[in-house]
Design a binder for this molecule. Structure first.
Ligand code: GLP
Length: 233
């Protein structure tokens, strides 16, 4: 793993921006994207930049089950608000959390990923070490699947909702196997609440109990962390 330490999230976004710019300039055309608060400053930089993504494909990691794209808490809404409404992409994909045929929704997403091999996959990090919505215990070779969210994740994401009972309890997520098939993985983690997961991801055992530890097995991973997230290394 190539570990880049920065003083704060803003510096981290600047480093991540440089990696996106270089990857795009070198001809990459498929970007795996993430939600959560971590990538927001990066998306802002991309929006304000002259970078041209009009020939690029974006494939998002995950979506809550049951929320329509118009719901402000949905990841469809999030991506439109922070990136896609402001920066043109050739095509954008986000798992369909509204399709009652879950089998069709997951296999359709696997087809999309197979047809568009991901050049650069952006990841955040859950406090329990999840990536995308791949919670502890998810198989390392998993494809797109339906997830029962853990209480830890529901608690962490409740801050985006008016009431905790409004937080969906299930999601549809790209699998760990698909994340691992990306050519380059860029994970960002900022803040003290990520310090335990960061330490285990980088120097703990490789175990499905800590999904991000799988990244130790990938040949091309860049991790950007701030001082607070690096505190337990
Ligand atoms: C959610 C998302 C993850 C994200 C995580 C961390 O669970 N599904 O992709 O990495 O939140 O969010 P934050 O960046 O807000 O800490």
């Amino acid at each position: 793993m190539n570990i880049i330490k920065v003083n704060n999230a803003s510096q981290g976004a600047a480093r991540a921006y440089d990696i996106f710019a270089e990857t795009l300039t070198k001809g990459a055309r498929v970007f795996g994207l993430a939600t959560g608060s971590t990538p927001v400053p990066l998306y802002q930089r991309l929006v304000e930049s002259p970078l041209d993504f009009s020939q690029a494909t974006a494939i998002n990691l995950d979506e809550y089950l049951g929320l329509s794209g118009n719901d402000p808490q949905s990841y469809h809404f999030f991506m439109a608000q922070h990136l896609f409404n402001h920066k043109a992409f050739k095509q954008t994909f986000i798992p369909d959390g509204k399709n009652p045929d879950r089998q069709a929704a997951t296999s359709q997403y696997d087809r999309i990923i197979a047809e568009n091999p991901i050049d650069l996959q952006l990841l955040g990090l859950g406090r329990n070490g999840h990536i995308g919505f791949n919670e502890p215990g998810t198989a390392f070779d998993s494809k797109t699947h339906i997830v029962d969210l853990t209480q830890s994740t529901i608690d962490a994401n409740a801050r985006f909702f008016d009431h905790e009972v409004d937080v969906p309890t299930q999601a549809i997520s790209m699998g760990i196997g698909s994340v691992m098939s990306a050519k380059h993985i860029l994970l960002m983690a900022f803040g003290a609440e990520k310090a335990d997961a960061v330490a285990q991801m980088i120097s703990g055992p490789i175990t499905e109990k800590l999904p991000a530890s799988v990244l130790q097995q990938h040949p091309n991973v860049t991790v950007i962390i701030d001082d607070a997230a690096a505190a337990k290394l």
